[in-house]
Design a protein around this ligand. Structure first.
Ligand SMILES: Cc1ncc(COP(=O)(O)O)c(C=O)c1O
Length: 446
């Protein structure tokens, strides 16, 4: 149930054998993100002339709103091309602090803010500041691919808490308690969640707050998908809960909400003393973010209309894609509460999620990401990105349905599963054991 994914000093299997010169073992042992294999394979097939329905993409398919781009062009014309304040230009930190106070209920001022090159570096700087060799951090599983690697790069130990599909990936306090030890320093929580699309409810948020304050843990609250919430569901910021307000590092940015992935503007908000400490590391690592990108980012906070239009488009796509997938026999797809991902459970115990994704690519020409890339809690699950057009999603869902039905209609279907040896039966062979506590599809609420 609770298990250590990576333990300090490192996973020796990944180390280079007989190296002439040695690397830092924590870095040497980093594995590539398991989420990119299928995306690369899809690109290769597409380059070979095949039509591929690529649902692996983790970034908005929209362009950055025009007013943001114009602000950057104006700033460049004014020669805002030099170093700027490393913590972030004051107008941007003021704007971020005002947003966090007004929208998220987080008490903060510009001195609590550090502007970073994307949310990813905010997480990196936070983890690196709080975790040293042998310290432990709790990661909820399934979760975004980089958390574990960032902890590992810091010399830390990942305590992975598996939250399975058949329990709705809900926060489980008993499991959290079992995963914690005296070496535990922090917990990473992501809501809305990549890959599951789940959002924390108030009971879960309070349970996390009680757990963190009881054990004096820091909490990294990754809220990068905050603006992509559906059905009017309220986003809960852990940093607004009084008993843990001092030990939450709220991470957010403009990559997903304002379609600004390439601009690299993210930020974190934390206790001022901790921000000062993180800034020490930041100074020696990053110096600052381009001043013109920061000037443009200030304007992004006035783009509520454009941001809402993108959110509404994701919601429409979610509705049509999930509805189509739910008609596919053997596929369970809960309605994602946020993000631009749909997260489906394939009731084919004989196949790993990687095999399912390979099959969908070969048979349906649909590229997707295997759930196991996000941890054991993603077993038998597949992540489909909704960051593409409605037409493409409709066609992709149709193709998935045809492919899966075709297989199920056969008595003893034989499918070539690339990368997994010769032909394997889709339903009968069991090259990988299914999880013992896994319930059947009929037990799951659709
Ligand atoms: C959960 C999560 N956090 C953080 C990031 C990184 O965001 P950024 O591009 O702002 O670094 C991603 C990107 O995919 C993500 O999915």
């Amino acid at each position: 149930m609770t298990q250590i994914l990576h333990s300090y000093p490192f996973d020796t299997k990944l180390l280079r054998t007989n190296p002439k010169y040695k690397f830092n073992p924590c870095i040497d042992a980093l594995a590539p993100a398991a989420s990119i294999r299928l995306a690369e394979k899809a690109k290769t097939l597409a380059a070979g002339g095949q039509t591929i329905f690529d649902l692996t993409i983790g970034e908005p398919d929209f362009d950055t709103p025009a007013s943001i781009k114009e602000a950057a062009i104006r700033a460049i014309s004014r020669n805002n091309t030099h170093y700027v304040n490393g913590r972030g230009i004051l107008p941007l930190r003021e704007r971020i602090a005002a947003k966090l106070r007004e929208e998220n209920g987080i008490a903060c001022a510009p001195e609590n803010i550090l502007v970073t090159p994307g949310a990813k570096s905010a997480i990196y700087v936070a983890v690196r500041t709080l975790i040293g060799a042998g310290d432990e951090a709790i990661v909820l599983d399934p979760s975004w691919v980089s958390y574990g690697s960032i902890i590992q790069a810091s010399g830390g130990i990942v305590r992975s808490v598996e939250l399975p599909y058949d329990d709705g990936h809900r926060i489980n306090l008993t499991k959290l308690e079992a995963a914690r030890s005296d070496r535990c320093r922090l917990l990473i929580v992501n809501s809305p969640n990549n890959p599951t699309g789940r959002m924390l409810n108030s009971g879960e948020a309070q349970a996390i707050a009680d757990f963190a304050s009881r054990h004096k843990l820091y909490v990294v609250a990754d809220e990068i998908y905050e603006k992509i919430a559906f059905d009017g569901r309220p986003h809960i910021s852990l940093g607004a809960i009084p008993e843990i307000a001092d030990c939450v590092i709220t991470v957010n940015g403009l990559s997903k909400s304002a379609a600004m992935t390439g601009w690299r503007v993210g930020y974190l908000c934390a206790d001022a003393e901790l921000v000062d400490k993180m800034y020490m590391l930041y100074q020696h690592m990053l110096t600052c973010i381009s001043g013109f990108a920061q000037e443009a980012a200030v304007v992004a906070f006035d783009c509520a209309g454009e941001i809402e239009a993108m959110r509404a488009a994701y919601e429409r796509r979610r509705n049509l894609f999930v509805e189509s997938l739910r008609n596919v026999p053997g596929v369970v797809c809960r309605v994602p509460e946020g993000t631009f991902y749909s997260w489906a459970y394939f009731d084919h115990p004989a196949m790993t999620s990687a095999q399912i994704c390979d099959f969908l690519l070969e048979e349906a020409r649909v590229a997707s990401v295997p759930g196991e890339a996000y941890g054991l809690g993603g077993a038998h699950c597949v992540r489909f990105s909704l960051a593409t057009s409605e037409n493409l999603l409709q066609e992709a869902a149709k193709r998935i349905g045809v492919a899966v039905k075709k297989v199920m209609a056969q008595e003893t279907p034989k499918l070539a599963i690339p990368g997994h040896g010769s032909e394997k039966s889709f339903r009968r062979s069991a090259p990988y054991p299914s999880r013992p506590h896994r319930r059947t599809l009929s037990d799951l609420s659709r």
